[in-house]
Design a protein around this ligand. Structure first.
Ligand SMILES: [Zn+2]
Length: 297
């Protein structure tokens, strides 16, 4: 039983809504959470990043966990599934996680049973957490029982390696049960390759944060939105070199950001941010100095 005072208001649950051609896009939040500001901005000095992202007394900055639900008219597609409910109490406290994505779906009037496609850009726990739900008896069940899930095969394989560097980022209960039951389809695309999931929804490999990170393209009415995921996690990370300490290959991230902007800016893609709690989406333009910045609307 949740205490009424703890119940998040609808603005905390639903972070944005827009249309793109014939499609409806709704940004649902698994809640804000807190990560170390230094880790989020890599080698960028704190006096520079803290102007954009103020840090608390533990040096943590506020981030979002944005799931984008696309209703195409034929399909209901969920891009990314937040942190979920499988973290230990200790990690939950460190990150300040809220486990609210199911409430966000309810607030938006979208039943989990309606979702027929789930796409994970990569399989870090803060992107695939509600793929499955841990029940009170400890069992793991798919959160979206009627969905076909899509992820990159290389992400599952990397998670299974449990490397010292990033073992903590991969929780196998978020994907192994779905792979084993046949409910998750594993993709094999390489850098720059695209694959259609359903008409109007496709994925493209943009490696760097992980070796197989995929962006999700949403195309309707001659317009494109792009969920660029952790290649550009928030609107405070637009500068080409402001990559994260978490990125496995920062040099590739920089090259892939250039490749992204070379199309996203001239073609006026609507950029959907995975971890920006305040700016869930927007357009990017070049400033007078030639730097990517959010377009003022
Ligand atoms: Zn992330």
């Amino acid at each position: 039983m949740s205490h009424p005072a703890e119940r998040p208001d609808s603005h905390e649950l639903i972070r944005g809504r827009t249309t793109l051609g014939d499609f409806e896009l709704t940004v649902l939040s698994d809640g804000s959470y807190l990560l170390d500001g230094g880790a989020m901005f890599g080698v960028v000095p704190k006096p520079m990043w803290e102007k954009r992202a103020p840090a608390d007394e533990q040096n943590r900055i506020l981030l979002g966990l944005n799931t984008v639900v696309v209703r195409t008219g034929k399909h209901t597609v969920a891009i990314e599934t937040g942190v979920g409910n499988k973290l230990s109490d200790k990690l939950k406290a460190i990150y300040g996680v809220k486990e609210q994505l199911p409430q966000a779906f309810a607030a938006a009037g979208i039943k989990p049973e309606e979702v027929d496609i789930v796409i994970n850009s990569h399989l870090h726990f803060d992107h695939s957490g509600w793929n499955t739900t841990r029940m009170p008896d400890g069992s793991i069940v798919p959160t979206f029982p009627n969905a076909r899930y899509f992820a990159h095969r290389g992400e599952v394989e990397h998670g299974h390696l449990q490397l010292e560097r990033d073992a903590v980022s991969y929780i196998s209960d978020n994907y192994d049960p779905l792979v084993n039951s046949g409910q998750m389809t594993l993709l094999d695309i390489r850098r720059g390759e695209m694959q259609e999931i359903v008409p109007g929804i496709s994925v493209e490999a943009f490696p760097g944060h992980t070796s197989q990170l995929m962006a999700v393209h949403v195309d309707s009415g001659g317009r494109r939105a792009c969920y660029i995921s952790d290649l550009i996690p928030t609107s405070a990370h637009l500068d080409i070199t402001w990559v994260m300490g978490y990125d496995l290959d920062p040099l590739t991230c920089i090259e892939e950001r250039k490749r992204f902007y070379s199309r996203a800016i001239p073609e006026e893609w609507l950029v959907l941010f995975t971890h920006d709690h305040h700016v869930p989406f927007g357009y990017v333009e070049l400033s007078d100095k030639g730097k990517p910045v959010m377009k003022r609307t």
